[in-house]
Design a binder for this molecule. Structure first.
Ligand code: ADP
Ligand code: MG
Length: 389
């Protein structure tokens, strides 16, 4: 059957035809997608539930005027499967994928809650930093040159070429926020800073550096969009979803996305005077990096490539991952404040606190990006946070 965007009836028919539900089952189905791009259906019977996610041939948040390749659904399913193979505890299970309908069947994670919601609600999610660090260390190591056979790596790089979705990141992350562009969405109180950034040559030069590394540094298979809305969490569980931005890029991009999102939550809570929660976020952020660094470094010692097994080289590699991480975290702070896609951590604030929190995000973002030009120490982050009285 040729591709057709599902409605609830079509989603139910698909699940039955693929053998996930008996033909005679009485199925309840709701479209629950709150994301920017795709359709997500929640299907349930009296004893079973599952998720069907289908790509649309355009960006849902904008409409048909922004066409997008359906291939992203294949990439998403295959990134989740690839990461699931090496980091199963932390990745949503993909049960099926259909290349005609660009639809996949996933386990239902409705018993969990999106991490962003928990962070906004000041919940101290147990072992959050540790789980995110272990997920990233295991999956980012497994698809790197340290581990993969060189020919297998090149085959995977080509399998995960993802031009449409990479272009979204290239534009929305690295280009638009530093220029006047109709896609930007700038809160009036942040406009003066946005205009100043457009003339800030030191900042623009380092953003160019970070964009160039994003464009041409296929270190490993990234998730590509590990923001707090791509992570489900609950007691003793943390699961990553939504990997359609995956491709081979620099390790620090995913690591920096996590840090950027924790800092966005920090800007919210610090502004609201929730100092205990802001301190928790800071300490989780530090333990996230420390755990990632130590796990990743241990994995590097098992390098299958004898040349890359050199310990001094590996230390340099990890140091550079931190520089990138700091830089990409800074980009995340700025693009979530000035660009197209905002986060509820900031937008749900009242006008006054929102203006103050956005100023922190922008100033922190700029400082992190500028710092990433040189060798970074993670202690930079607590030092910067202290400057906001
Ligand atoms: P998009 O690619 O459009 O951003 P997401 O993958 O982020 O779509 O999914 C949109 C929403 O659908 C999520 O925020 C979440 O609420 C819900 N969702 C997605 N996958 C699942 C799942 N496996 N279990 C439960 N809910 C899910
Ligand atoms: Mg999403």
């Amino acid at each position: 059957m040729p591709y057709q965007a599902f409605d609830s009836a079509a989603a139910i028919a698909f699940a039955k035809q693929r053998g996930f539900l008996p033909a005679e089952a009485d199925v309840h189905c709701r479209e629950i997608g709150d994301g920017n791009l795709n359709l997500v259906f929640h299907l349930s019977t009296s004893d079973k539930s599952l998720i069907i996610k289908q790509a649309l041939p355009y960006a849902r948040c904008v409409g048909e005027s922004w066409p997008l390749s359906l291939e992203r659904a294949r990439i998403e399913a295959q990134v989740l499967q690839a990461h699931g193979k090496v980091a199963a505890d932390w990745v949503v299970k993909v049960l099926d994928f259909d290349l005609e309908q660009y639809a996949m069947v996933e386990e239902d994670l409705s018993h969990l809650q999106l991490l962003r919601k928990r962070l906004i609600n000041s919940e101290k999610v147990a072992a959050m930093g540790q789980n995110l660090a272990d997920y990233l260390a295991q999956s980012l190591y497994a698809y790197s040159d340290f581990e993969l056979d060189p020919k297998a790596k090149k085959a995977l790089v080509s399998q995960f070429i993802n031009p449409d979705l990479c272009l979204i990141t290239e534009d929305l992350f690295f280009t638009d926020p530093y220029r006047e562009h109709e896609r930007n969405d700038i809160f009036p109180a942040s406009l003066a800073t946005a205009i100043a950034f457009r003339e800030d040559d030191a900042l623009l030069a380092q953003v160019a550096e970070l964009k160039a590394r994003f464009l041409s540094c296929p270190q490993t298979l990234l998730h590509g969009d590990v923001h707090a809305g791509s992570v489900f969490s609950g007691p003793g569980e943390l699961k990553v979803i939504d990997a359609e931005f995956g491709f081979f890029g620099p390790v620090g991009f995913d690591v920096g996305s996590v840090i950027g999102n924790l800092l966005l939550a920090w800007c919210r809570h610090h502004t609201l005077g929730n100092s205990d929660y802001a301190a928790w976020l800071e300490s989780e952020l530090l333990s996230f990096w420390q755990r990632f660094e130590s796990r990743f470094s241990v994995l590097l010692q098992g390098s299958k490539d004898v040349a890359l097994a050199n310990a001094r080289y590996q230390q340099r590699f990890v140091a550079k991952v931190l520089d990138d991480t700091i830089g990409y975290a800074g980009c995340e702070l700025i693009r979530r404040t000035l660009g197209l896609a905002h986060v509820a951590d900031l937008t749900s604030l009242e006008e006054g606190p929102r203006a103050a929190a956005e100023q922190k995000a922008l100033s922190l973002g700029r400082s992190l990006i500028l710092a990433s030009e040189q060798r970074c120490d993670i202690a930079l982050i607590p030092t910067l946070l202290k400057t906001f009285a």
